[in-house]
Design a binder for this molecule. Structure first.
Ligand SMILES: C[S@@+](CC[C@H](N)C(=O)[O-])C[C@H]1O[C@@H](n2cnc3c(N)ncnc32)[C@H](O)[C@@H]1O
Length: 228
């Protein structure tokens, strides 16, 4: 999968891509991330990519021309499945969206700044708009990283097979549950023991216990998931 990220602050995106699973996925050639500095397509030699908004009011707006140019240039090189704009008024990110995106071959993500981007880019180039929550961030870089992380771990071969199956929000028996609790050594930690069922090697009983726990925690903290 290839992800192209368009940003005015490319430095912000570097570090997360150079560690852990996202780094390994790139080394294994399962993921390619290309970060583009929008200022390379600026409208003048001063690197201008934003301007005052029509109608007045505080805050700059990211201009059409640089964004259109970079999207057109990339689209001439390969076909993109989605051109995504990260925005608070987009569709709320969830595991389902991450799953769908992980099946795509090439996607572009646009990181907004200031008041956001000129509406005409949204109308004519953007195919999907995603929000990461009901709050306003300074820019789209953290949402872009977050989506890249959520999608990367779903790419076949990135994580040990089966490791994502029981995870929170994954569909199991038609239900979306949170994950059950986990324990590791020592067996007794300051008088707190690991549940006996996990120690007896009875895989059927362990699976039943984990399912019960997953339902219990989901009912307690996210009953809305069970109602779906
Ligand atoms: C200060 S915000 C603009 C907020 C916009 N004026 C509004 O009120 O909806 C600047 C940029 O940060 C990104 N951003 C902020 N909050 C976000 C969120 N919850 N989800 C996704 N992107 C977000 C977007 O790319 C946005 O263009």
């Amino acid at each position: 999968m290839r992800i192209d990220i368009i940003s005015v602050l490319p430095e912000l995106l570097q570090s997360p891509m150079q560690h852990s699973i996202m780094k390994r996925a790139q080394e294994k050639k399962l993921l390619e991330v290309q970060i583009h500095n929008l200022r390379q397509w600026a409208v003048n030699e001063y690197g201008q990519v934003d301007d005052y908004q029509y109608g007045g009011g505080a805050g700059m707006v990211m201009m059409c021309q640089p964004l259109a140019k970079v999207i057109e240039q990339l689209s001439a090189e390969r076909k993109y499945d989605e051109v995504i704009y990260l925005t608070p008024d987009g569709e709320m990110l969830d595991q389902k969206i991450a799953n769908t995106l992980s099946l795509k071959e090439n996607i572009i993500m646009i990181c907004g700044h200031y008041k956001g981007i000129d509406e005409r880019i949204r109308e004519h180039f953007v195919t999907k708009e995603i929000s990461i929550g009901d709050f306003v961030l300074t820019g789209g870089e953290i949402p872009a990283m977050l989506i890249t992380d959520a999608v990367t771990r779903l790419l076949p071969g990135v994580i040990t097979e089966g490791a994502t199956e029981d995870e929170s929000f994954s569909e199991r028996d038609g239900q979306s549950l949170l994950e059950y609790p986990h324990y590791t050594k020592p067996r007794i930690y300051e008088n707190h023991e690991v549940p006996q069922v996990l120690l007896n090697g009875d895989h059927k009983k362990i699976a039943e216990w984990r399912k019960e726990q997953a339902i219990k925690i989901t009912k307690k903290v996210r009953p809305d998931l069970l109602n779906h």
